[in-house]
Design a protein around this ligand. Structure first.
Ligand code: GUN
Ligand code: FE
Length: 419
């Protein structure tokens, strides 16, 4: 059904400024895609289309989370006292091992998906665990919810407990089953090839992942240059590679198909050049980088160099599933960089918003904007209790991002359907 939505409309076509239409209209076609945005009803045409009236409220693109671990949801907000490698060993791997129990997986994953919906995230690039059946349940939960997700059965076969180790054949067979079950490229839920990171995967596993991505035309997600001890271990494990990113590239896992890499805190100029060449997206995860004491990713540098950036909550390295709150942390990290180096201007609100919407959304298709042809992924925000009368629409949005929460999100849409 064609629909027209009336509200105060804000979105970012470019990262430097908001497009703002006070009391405007968005026309959405039968296919769930935006046809047009206009300031008045008459210029839209479609005289018979239903007008859904959200007058006075804010209508913005929905949030996209380009890096999150559904299987770490039980650990959200706890276990913050270690750096990455011991944190994985002591807290994360034991939790993920529990997902061999499919009932446990179903219970945790259903809470995770419902929380993600609540905070207004309509698309996510998600790590599950090595367990094929648990991963299948997670994909089904996203499908049933009508939300978009790239879901990864995690590949790992070294430096972890025996209970999480699969052979390369087992891993490939599980990934192929899911790729076959979710083979429609138009589907909102799709598999993504997910080698955990180089310290967790033997060369044979990495090679198999690269081949699978190319054979099925699947995207890739992993972790890159997050923590200094991790980076040092990759140099030891892959002595012939020019660096961490180059090691992935050699296995067909760095831009040969669409690729998103989490963190990139320590990526040097050569690695950034490879990212630019392969159009590899950075998943910026500021809360996780604080909690696991990894460092501060140089997002201004990535943006200046034309590297794609989206935002990730990275539960449970990160503690907050809200991408609105993640925007605030991203701006704050950029201000710490700025204090050290005034050549790195801190992020504007519009830049953080762009990363959360159009920047990250580009990993899922035409997602994250209200331009023509974009999927209508949207949130309606009722912020009447938050702002004084003299606020502009941009100030209302800023106040909501900094101080609002999911109680202010009154409607959620993914590809035109209310979720
Ligand atoms: N590197 C490899 N696995 C993980 C993980 O689960 N979380 C984070 N933050 N980094 C990782
Ligand atoms: Fe992660």
């Amino acid at each position: 059904m064609k629909k027209i939505y009336r509200a105060n409309i804000l979105y970012t076509k470019q990262k430097d400024c908001f497009e703002i239409i006070e009391d405007g209209y968005v026309a959405v076609g039968d296919d769930g895609r935006v046809c047009r945005v206009a300031a008045d009803r008459d210029s839209l045409g479609w005289p018979d289309a239903e007008v859904v009236d959200y007058t006075g409220k804010l209508l913005i693109p929905a949030m996209n989370d380009v890096h999150v671990h559904a299987a770490q949801y039980h650990n959200q907000g706890i276990a913050m006292d270690m750096e990455l490698l011991p944190w994985l060993e002591h807290y994360t791997f034991p939790e993920e091992a529990k997902f061999a129990d499919t009932d446990y997986a179903e219970r945790i994953y259903s809470r995770f998906v419902s929380h993600l919906r609540r905070v207004g995230t309509m698309r996510a690039a998600v790590f599950a665990t090595v367990h094929t059946e648990g991963t299948r349940r997670l994909m089904r939960l996203f499908s049933e919810a009508g939300m978009g997700a790239l879901v990864g059965k995690v590949a790992m076969d070294r430096n972890c407990p025996d209970s999480l180790i699969e052979t390369v054949d087992e891993a490939v067979s599980g990934m192929e089953q899911l790729a076959t079950e979710y083979s429609d490229p138009q589907s909102l839920v799709r598999p993504i090839v997910t080698p955990r990171f180089i310290p967790s995967c033997t060369p044979a596993m990495l090679k198999a992942c690269g081949e699978l991505a190319s054979r099925y035309g699947l995207p890739v997600q992993s972790h890159l240059s997050e923590n200094l001890a991790e980076v040092a271990s990759v140099h030891q494990l892959e002595p012939d590679a020019l660096g961490y990113g180059d090691a992935y590239r050699r296995y067909g896992l760095f831009g040969q198909t669409p690729t998103v890499m989490a963190h990139c805190v320590w990526s040097d100029a050569a690695e950034r050049r490879l990212m630019k060449e392969g159009d590899v997206m950075v998943a910026h995860c500021p809360t996780s980088n604080f909690n696991v004491a990894s460092g501060m990713a140089p997002i201004r540098t990535f943006l200046d160099e034309g590297i794609r950036v989206g935002l990730g909550s990275d539960i449970s390295g990160g503690h907050d599933l809200s991408i609105f709150r993640t925007m605030v942390y991203a701006i704050q990290v950029s201000k710490m960089h700025y204090q050290r180096n005034h050549d790195m201007p801190f992020l504007l609100l519009s830049e953080a918003f762009w990363m959360a919407t159009k920047g990250g959304g580009s990993f899922f298709g035409r997602v994250g904007s209200f331009e023509e042809g974009y999927d209508f992924d949207a949130l309606v925000i009722d912020d009447h209790d938050l702002y004084p009368e003299d606020y502009t629409l941009e100030q209302r949005l800023e106040r909501f991002i900094y101080t609002g929460d999911d109680r202010h999100i009154v409607h959620r849409f993914c590809r035109g359907k209310e979720v």
